[in-house]
Design a protein around this ligand. Sequence first.
Ligand SMILES: [Zn+2]
Length: 132
Amino acid sequence: MEPIITKFYELLSKGEIWGMKCKDCDSITFPPKTACSYCYSRNVEWYKLSGEGKVLYVSTSILPAKRFAEYAPYVYGLVKLKEGPFFATLIDGIEPKPEALKAIFDKLPLDVTAEIKKMGGLDILIFKIKKE
Ligand SMILES: [Zn+2]
């Protein structure tokens, strides 16, 4: 694995979520990469994220990713992190049933908070719906 990804998972296992902040355009890149996702500058540094965001869209696992297959059915969604980047991952707190998803659709976007879950031997960043 790239050192940057190794470090990302090390930090994640401590409960910390880090991205990269661009020193040229101030944008946040997540997951962290060696270059800014917005202006492609390599002038980036590690930046700790709040773990707060909003979920914009949710769906169920029709074709689960291989590493998540044993957790199916599950709900995944697109989260806009407070710091700007978008991230697609599992969403906790919604039943993977059509009725439950329909009820959620009417309320989107909803506030979510990061949760680190051990799945298939890896620490996975998921988001949980905040209680209203
Ligand atoms: Zn940039």
